[in-house]
Design a binder for this molecule. Structure first.
Ligand SMILES: Cc1cc2nc3c(=O)[nH]c(=O)nc-3n(C[C@H](O)[C@H](O)[C@H](O)COP(=O)(O)OP(=O)(O)OC[C@H]3O[C@@H](n4cnc5c(N)ncnc54)[C@H](O)[C@@H]3O)c2cc1C
Ligand code: FES
Length: 285
């Protein structure tokens, strides 16, 4: 596969050993999600590709896989958007600025941005999928001259679940991206579009199938319908990327928790080409 990241079999220490890092900023994004800006204690850059993840550990509690949501073009620190769902993430939400944590990674394979250079790009993000998508969005915005047209479609269930609202406002005004957002269930204050994310396809100009790379990141149900929209616009399967989140433990191909058929998603993914995923039938269910 051609995704960018650690080659299976390579074993830098950062795969196995949590390295000390510090939280330098915390921002409450929604009732459930917080953004954590993090720096390694030794000051080194994370050195990731958009689409990769890290294992975030809290001493004495545990660790969990979290997508990197900032771009490697901003190497002074890195950011993680974390939803509070259970044991480890609840402890993470109680952490404060200056607290010390452990980071393993970057792990997995991300998007092959070299393959996207010179192409038009369409990103479709749903729900928490906006977190890994943001790493690639920031990358494209920072390296804008290297890409053709840039379309971004984002759907959330409710207005209060929208992530990165300050950036959404900037993207809406920017000439560098054709950005549209929708919510499934609007509230009284919502003045934007409503409906599932596929309804935003009507906002797109005609895509050039041979010149467009598509990235889909969101829950499996969204993925299914978005892929149909994209294929109906004749974009070839090899030009469609998606990011797959399976249950993971080790993150480095040792425990088998993430295995689909004979593929370790933590190593060969989480980013896959649609054509490769189709061969892994269980992955799409
Ligand atoms: C590659 C990858 C990237 C991820 N990126 C992010 C991210 O950017 N931000 C983020 O908030 N979360 C992300 N997750 C999910 C995150 O890892 C889990 O939410 C976390 O491990 C839960 O740990 P916990 O101890 O708090 O919850 P637990 O106590 O283990 O579980 C609490 C509840 O969450 C469910 N749950 C646990 N793990 C997952 C999972 N992987 N997917 C869906 N449901 C789960 C459990 O079934 C249970 O209902 C990612 C997962 C993977 C595999
Ligand atoms: S998470 Fe252990 S093998 Fe993938």
């Amino acid at each position: 596969m051609t995704m960018m990241g650690v080659t299976p079999g390579e074993s830098p220490a950062s795969l196995y050993l949590p390295e000390e890092a510090h939280i330098v900023r915390i921002e409450e994004l929604t009732d459930m999600e917080k953004l954590f800006e993090i720096k390694f204690a030794d000051g080194r850059a994370l050195g990731h590709h958009p689409g990769q993840f890290v294992q975030f550990s809290v001493l004495g509690v545990g660790e969990c896989p979290i997508s990197i949501c900032s771009s490697p073009t901003r190497p002074e620190s890195f950011e993680l958007c974390i939803r509070r769902v259970g044991e480890v993430t609840s402890h993470i939400h109680q952490l404060q600025v200056d607290d010390s944590i452990g980071i393993r990674g970057p792990l997995g394979h991300g998007f092959d941005v070299d393959e996207m250079h010179g192409k038009d790009v369409l990103i479709v993000a749903g729900g928490l999928g906006m977190a890994p998508a943001r790493s690639l969005i920031q990358y494209i915005m920072d390296e804008r001259q290297r890409f053709g047209e840039f379309h971004l479609l984002y759907g959330a269930r409710e207005p209060k679940e929208l992530l990165f609202r300050d950036e959404l406002a900037l993207w809406r005004k920017s000439d560098d991206v054709n950005f549209h957002v929708t919510v499934d269930r609007p509230d009284e204050q919502w003045r934007g579009k409503s409906g599932v994310v596929t309804t935003l396809f009507r906002e797109l100009p005609k895509l050039d199938p041979a010149e467009t790379m598509v990235v889909i990141i969101g829950p499996p149900i969204m993925f299914k319908f978005v892929v149909l929209e994209v294929l109906s616009r004749r974009v070839p399967q090899k030009s469609i990327y998606c990011s797959l989140e399976r249950r993971m433990k080790c993150g480095v191909g040792k425990c088998g928790h993430c295995q689909v058929n004979n593929v370790y998603v933590c190593q060969e993914g989480p980013v896959f080409k649609y054509g490769d995923l189709k061969a892994m039938r269980e992955a799409l269910e």
